[in-house]
Design a protein around this ligand. Structure first.
Ligand SMILES: NC(=O)c1ccc[n+]([C@@H]2O[C@H](COP(=O)([O-])OP(=O)(O)OC[C@H]3O[C@@H](n4cnc5c(N)ncnc54)[C@H](O)[C@@H]3O)[C@@H](O)[C@H]2O)c1
Length: 503
C-alpha cells in the first residue's frame, strides 16, 4: 500500500470508528452494574505493568486487549493477566486494531515517548478515553494537538503524573497556598538520579520478536537502526525517541513545581546549560562514545515574569553530595534526590517523594509533614464514569504545560550543544540571565559535582544554550527561528501527528 493510500485508509478507519463510538462508550458500560469498562493497555514492558496492576485491582474494569509491538513481552503479560483476571486479553501488535474494537472503552498507554501523542489522538478520535504516560508528548506542539483532540471528541485524557493524586502533595499545597511559608515565587526541581552510561554507540540487532516499523512509528528510521545495546528502555536517552531525564523523571517534578507555584502558562524565557558528561572518566577511556545523545547533566532556568522555576538534572554519581542546604532539606547526604523545593519568605516546602512533603521554617526547623499517596488510575476511571473533565486530577492541559517545561529546556540545550564554554565564561554569561535563583551558586554546585565525578572541565566543556524568548499563547520562539523546528518533528507517514487545528 502506498503511503498515501495508507493515510487514506487510516483516516477513513478512524472516522468510521469515531462514528461508531462517539456516544460515550463508558456510559454504555456503566448502565449495568455487571458490565465492566473495557480496557486496552498499550506498551507493556516496564511501566505498562503498573497500568495492568491498577486495572486488575479495580473491579470496575476488565483488561480486554494488550497491545505491544514486542510479541514476547505482550504474551507474557497476557498469561499473567489470564491467571489473575480469569479471562485472557487479546494480544494485538498494531494499536489501530484495538481502536476499532467496540469492546474497548479506554486506552491506557505506556509506550516510548515518541508514540504518546499519536496514540492518544487516535484513541480519542475513535471514541476512547485515554490515560497517557508522562511526558504526555515528545514535543510541544503534540501536546497542543492532544488537548484539541480531547476537547473536540469529548474524551477524558489523564496524564501519568501520579503525584497529582498524592494526598501528601495536595494537602501540602493547600497549606502552602494559605501562607504556610509566606510568599513563594521560586521552585527548584531536582532530578539527582544516577544513570549509568547505556553502552558504546554501535550497530546492534533489533530483537526478532519486535515489529520495528511499528516501534519507530512517527520517528524516522535511523541507520544503523538500533544504536544501543539494550533495545527497550534505553531509548529514553536518545532524543529521537526520548527526552533525557529532564523529560523522563523531570515531568513529575516540573509538574509539581508549576502546580505548587500556581502557574497556568508557559515560561516566557528559557535557558539551559549542561552536557552528557563523565562517562569517559567512568570508563577510563578518553575516546569512549556513549549511545545516548541527551544531556545527563543539565541546569535549566525558566522565567515566568514574577515567578521562576529552576530544574537541575544530574545523572552522575550523586552520593555524598556537598550541597549543604539541599542535603538538610532532603534530610539525606547520599543517594538520589528527586523532588521539588519551594522557597518562601518564611520557610521551605520540600516534596521529597511521591507521598511525603516536609515543611521547614526559615532556619530549617521542621514545622510540618504531609504523608499519603493516592489512586491516580482510580481517579481516571471515576472521571470516565462521571464524564466531567474537572474530576480528572491530571487533565491533558496540565500534562502539556508541564511536559513543555522539559521540552523547552531541552531545546535550549540542543541549540547550544556545540557552544562549549569554560566555567568562567559560563559564569559571566549567567550574570545577564534573569532568575530568582542565585545562578552563580547553582553553577558552582554543579561544577563541584562534575569535578567530583572526575570530569575535566577544560577537556570536556559544558554546553551553553541560547536564552530563548517564548510566546506562551502562540507557542513559538520569538528570538530564534531555528529553535522553532524543535517544537515539532518530521513525521514518518502514515504515523503523522496532526496539528491541533487538524485533529
Ligand atoms: N508515571 C511513572 O511513574 C512512569 C514510570 C516509568 C515509566 N513511565 C513512562 O512509561 C513509558 C514507557 O516507559 P518504559 O520504561 O516502560 O519503556 P519500555 O521501553 O520498557 O517499554 C515500552 C513498551 O512499549 C512497547 N511499544 C513500543 N512501541 C509500541 C507501539 N507502537 N505499540 C505498542 N507497544 C509499543 C515496547 O515494545 C515496550 O514493550 C515512558 O513514556 C515513560 O516515561 C512512567
Amino acid at each position: 500500500m502506498s503511503a498515501q493510500s495508507r493515510r487514506r485508509f487510516l483516516k477513513s478507519s478512524v472516522a468510521a470508528a469515531s462514528a461508531v463510538f462517539s456516544a460515550p462508550a463508558i456510559l454504555r458500560a456503566g448502565t449495568s452494574p455487571n458490565e465492566k469498562i473495557g480496557v486496552a493497555v498499550v506498551g507493556v514492558n516496564g511501566r505498562g505493568g503498573e497500568h495492568i496492576g491498577s486495572y486488575l485491582g479495580d473491579e470496575r474494569t476488565e483488561i480486554r486487549v494488550i497491545v505491544d509491538v514486542d510479541e514476547v513481552v505482550g504474551a507474557k503479560r497476557c498469561d499473567a493477566i489470564a491467571e489473575k483476571q480469569g479471562t485472557r486479553p487479546q494480544l494485538i501488535t498494531d494499536m489501530r486494531k484495538a481502536f476499532e474494537d467496540d469492546s474497548i472503552d479506554l486506552v491506557s498507554t505506556a509506550t516510548p515517548n515518541h508514540w504518546h501523542a499519536l496514540t492518544g489522538i487516535w484513541a480519542m478520535q475513535a471514541g476512547k478515553d485515554a490515560y497517557i504516560e508522562k511526558p504526555v508528548c515528545h514535543n510541544v506542539w503534540e501536546g497542543t494537538a492532544l488537548i484539541a483532540a480531547a476537547r473536540k471528541y469529548g474524551r477524558m485524557c489523564q496524564v501519568g503524573t501520579q503525584c497529582r493524586s498524592s494526598q501528601a502533595i495536595i494537602e501540602a499545597f493547600a497549606w502552602m497556598n494559605a501562607g504556610g511559608i509566606g510568599e513563594v515565587k521560586l521552585a527548584r526541581g531536582l532530578c539527582y538520579k544516577r544513570r549509568k552510561s547505556i553502552g558504546v554507540l554501535g550497530d546492534y540487532p533489533v530483537p526478532n520478536n519486535v515489529n520495528f516499523d511499528l516501534w519507530c512509528g512517527p520517528a524516522s528510521f535511523t541507520e544503523p537502526k538500533n544504536t544501543r545495546p539494550n533495545f527497550h528502555y534505553d531509548w529514553h536517552w536518545q532524543r529521537h525517541y526520548g527526552n533525557g531525564d529532564l523529560g523522563n523523571q523531570g515531568p513529575h517534578q516540573t509538574d509539581i513545581a508549576r502546580w505548587g507555584l500556581g502557574i497556568d502558562s508557559h515560561p516566557t524565557s528559557i535557558i539551559c546549560y549542561g552536557g552528557r558528561l563523565g562517562y569517559q572518566a567512568e570508563r577510563k577511556d578518553d575516546n569512549y562514545v556513549d549511545a545516548g545523545d541527551t544531556g545527563n547533566t543539565e541546569v535549566s532556568i525558566y522565567d515566568y515574569g514574577d515567578k521562576c522555576i529552576v530544574f537541575e538534572t544530574r545523572g552522575l554519581d550523586v552520593d555524598n553530595s556537598e550541597d549543604e542546604e539541599l542535603n538538610a532539606l532532603f534530610q539525606s547526604t547520599s543517594g538520589n534526590k528527586v523532588g521539588v523545593v519551594f522557597y518562601g519568605t518564611s520557610g521551605y516546602l520540600v516534596q521529597v517523594s511521591y507521598s511525603h512533603c516536609i515543611a521547614y521554617d526559615i532556619n530549617r526547623n521542621v514545622i510540618k509533614e504531609f504523608k499519603g499517596g493516592g489512586d491516580h488510575f482510580g481517579n481516571f476511571i471515576s472521571a470516565c464514569q462521571s464524564r466531567k473533565m474537572e474530576d480528572l486530577n491530571a487533565d491533558v492541559r496540565e500534562g502539556h504545560l508541564s511536559a513543555a517545561i522539559s521540552h523547552l529546556g531541552n531545546i535550549s540545550y540542543y541549540m547550544g550543544e556545540k557552544n562549549l564554554v569554560t566555567v568562567d565564561d559560563l559564569a559571566e554569561a549567567l550574570k545577564s540571565v534573569k532568575s530568582l535563583d542565585d545562578n552563580q551558586a547553582t553553577l558552582q554546585r554543579t561544577v563541584k559535582h562534575l569535578q567530583k565525578n572526575g570530569v575535566d572541565l577544560d577537556k570536556y566543556r559544558i554546553a551553553l544554550g541560547p536564552q530563548l524568548q517564548f510566546d506562551p499563547e502562540k507557542e513559538v520562539f520569538t528570538n530564534n527561528d531555528a529553535a522553532n523546528a524543535f517544537l515539532t518533528r518530521e513525521y514518518r507517514a502514515p504515523y503523522i501527528c496532526p496539528l491541533a487545528k487538524d485533529v
